[in-house]
Ligand binder design. Structure first.
Ligand code: GAL
Length: 651
């Protein structure tokens, strides 16, 4: 019951549906997601529904034994709707409407569009809410995809003003919070405030942060509208949304709180190509993907789903949308599937059943070619389905020893004021995650609100805003806590705290950051750890610290780079890999967690009494299994793209 596929019956002649369904089942698939872009076929004319084809598609899939995830089609409002209500279009940062002709051309704040969404979701849920084939729902599709979280429409401006009024009560409080006396930006009334758009130079940072918070709340309430309808009309079915990779424009923990299951769309080769990785990494992992990218999101979305999560779309071959779109190494689709399962996925579903010969994604592979013959991944899916069946039920993931805190708001703060080009909270968190995983550690990525008690070690690389409640919770822990640069460097309103950073934690951490500098990418700062070890370095960011503490590591001029006091470790810089490994190893030792330093490209994950090993390197590796380990999957030798698993030693 673990594998699925995304299918578009409306793209294919009805005569092939039964054959498709039969082959899905024969391949080992049990789930099929349909419908998420089908509005123009469901309601070709305003108010006149054509459900016949969907009735028949559901019948075909159901009688083949498949379970259906039915998508709400709200990511693709049809032409007639847009023409009747052009005000529902999002307005981009160029001040122009984002027009019809692709997808996601709507503004989350449009009340009329919310009404239309409620109408189509109600119609679907009325008709299919208790259909025996429909086992789950997907709301919309990839909120925020194509940079669509933030819109500058009139509706957004109107609702932003209401949001501000609810937050601040009176305009004087807003003026104080935003520091509008700076450059004569003072407002006399909420009605005077516009979205932060097309200002001459950077807009007021507190204004921008509130706009991020507002836009994030809009996504959450838009989703909730659909969830409420689906829960009412289709009880007992899981409601799911498919999130994206490396996307932070709204708080996914907040949206996840309204779902039964979080899911995400995993395109490892596209993410490697389109994000910050070095040219060497892009070459090295060209066909396998970076060893930590999928796992990072698996661990993040497990947190967003409070333990319940899927991969809704798994890359099956070359994609169409990255800068370059290489083909995965043979075996990767199998490895990516196992990796997701090892991290706790309930279901892995491939995108898509068959490559589309028309439309925007013609170059995107599927499990089948446009001529209906199997593509490369089909055999891998068959193999993984057989392996899953042989291995039997896997129990859920246990709590990991390490909690890694990720704050979406923290990422907005560093986007608004990076201070050094490319400074990114997300990237720093990812690099620390990567460091932990290179030591063989399992990690839970958690919301700043999460309960941190019970973790052996807590890592918070990027928390620029630490409110009093979070500060209290961090200070009350006894487990070692690693804090990254810029921790508690801003208040909730995005001001420097009166007592200088990290003021919120000063009761437990006697340091004061008096100056920061940011550095070009080609500058590396040597760092010496107390014992004199050489060859360690930091980059991008340095803080100058006043403290009575003796630092554990220093920059060349003697300034502190790494401090420890009580259970807190503080990094005054962005550590490069060797320094990071040094810091994390020391922390794990203090936490009493055993590390397994791994060969480059190898990663481990434990689930249900098994340890899984994966090899993303382009060369053979060995799984670090104990001598005499009982392998239940693969063997000690890990070819590139290889996976193995062995039973944990019960002793
Ligand atoms: C996802 C999206 C799918 C499809 C896919 C292609 O972002 O949800 O509809 O476009 O990418 O990789």
């Amino acid at each position: 019951m673990r594998l699925g596929v995304c299918y578009y019956p409306e793209h294919w002649p009805e005569e092939v549906w039964a054959e498709d369904a039969r082959r899905m089942v024969e391949m080992g698939l049990t789930w099929v997601r349909i419908g998420e872009f089908a509005w123009s076929r469901l309601e070709p004319e305003p108010g006149s529904f054509e459900f016949g084809w969907l009735d028949r598609a559901l019948e075909v899939l159901h009688s083949a034994g498949l379970k259906v995830v039915l998508g709400t089609p709200t990511a693709t409002p049809p032409k007639w709707l847009v023409d009747a209500d052009p005000g529902m279009l999002a307005i981009g940062s160029d001040g122009q409407p984002r027009r019809f002709g692709s997808r996601r051309h709507y503004c989350f704040s449009s009340e009329s569009y919310r009404g239309e969404c409620a109408r189509i979701v109600t119609a679907l849920a009325d008709r299919y809410g208790d259909h025996p084939a429909v086992a789950a729902w997907q709301t919309d599709n990839e909120y925020g995809c194509h940079d669509t979280t933030i819109s500058y429409s009139a509706a957004a401006a109107r609702r932003f003003r209401l949001w501000l009024r609810a937050r601040y009560g009176d305009i004087a409080a807003l003026n104080a919070a935003w520091g509008t006396v700076f450059w004569s930006q003072e407002y006399r009334a909420f009605e005077e405030i516009d979205p932060p758009l097309q200002t001459v130079t950077e807009a007021n940072p507190s204004h921008r942060l509130d706009y991020n918070r507002f836009a994030s709340d809009e996504v959450a309430s838009f989703n909730r509208l659909q969830v409420d309808i689906l829960r009412r009309l289709s009880p007992g079915r899981d409601v799911i949304h498919n999130f994206m990779g490396f996307y932070t424009e709204f708080d996914h923990f907040a949206v996840g709180a309204d779902l039964d299951v979080a899911s995400w769309d995993s395109y490892p080769l596209g993410f490697l190509e389109d994000f910050w990785f070095s040219p060497e990494d892009k070459r090295r992992y060209l066909r396998q993907g970076h060893p930590d990218v999928s796992a990072f999101h698996h661990d993040l979305y497990r947190g967003c789903g409070r333990g319940r999560w899927w991969v809704m779309e798994q890359q099956p071959g070359p994609v169409n949308w990255a800068g370059f779109n290489p083909a995965p190494l043979d075996g990767m689709v199998r490895m990516w599937t196992w990796e997701a399962l090892a991290h706790g996925a309930e279901v892995v579903s491939y995108f898509r059943w068959r490559q589309a010969p028309f439309g925007q994604e013609q170059f995107h592979a599927g499990l089948n070619l446009p001529d209906r013959t199997p593509d490369v991944a089909a055999a891998e899916v068959r193999q993984v389905a057989a392996e899953i069946a042989a291995l039997g039920q896997l129990s859920p993931c246990a709590r990991a020893p390490v909690a890694l805190i990720f704050s979406y708001e923290g990422d907005w703060v560093t986007k608004i004021q990076p201070q050094g080009r490319g400074y990114s909270a997300l990237r720093l968190v990812f690099e620390v995650y990567s460091g932990l995983r290179g030591l063989g550690l399992d990690v839970d990525i958690v919301d700043p609100q999460a309960d941190l008690t019970g973790y052996a070690m807590v890592v918070a690389p990027a928390l620029p805003i630490v409110d009093a409640a979070l500060a209290d919770r961090l200070m009350a822990l006894s487990a070692p806590v690693l804090l990254g640069p810029r921790t508690a460097s801003k208040t909730r309103d995005l001001h420097i705290p009166p007592g200088l950073p990290p003021e919120a934690l000063c009761a437990a951490l006697p340091i004061r950051v008096t100056r920061v500098e940011s550095l070009r990418d080609d500058v590396s700062l040597p760092v010496t750890v107390g014992d004199g070890s050489e060859g360690l370095s930091a980059r991008a960011w340095r803080e100058f610290i006043e403290s009575p503490l003796t630092p554990l590591a220093r920059f060349a001029d003697g300034g502190g780079a790494w401090y420890r006091h009580g259970h807190f470790d503080y990094l005054a810089t962005w550590p490069e890999a060797a320094l990071l490994r040094r810091v994390l190893t020391a922390l794990a030792a203090r936490a009493g967690i055993a590390c397994t330093p791994l060969a480059e490209g190898v990663r481990l994950r434990r689930r249900g009494g098994l340890t899984f090993a994966f090899n993303s390197a382009p060369e053979d590796r060995e799984a670090p299994a104990p001598r005499g380990a009982a392998f239940v999957l693969g063997a000690r030798k890990l070819a590139p793209g290889g996976v193995s698993a062995w039973r944990d030693d019960p002793g």
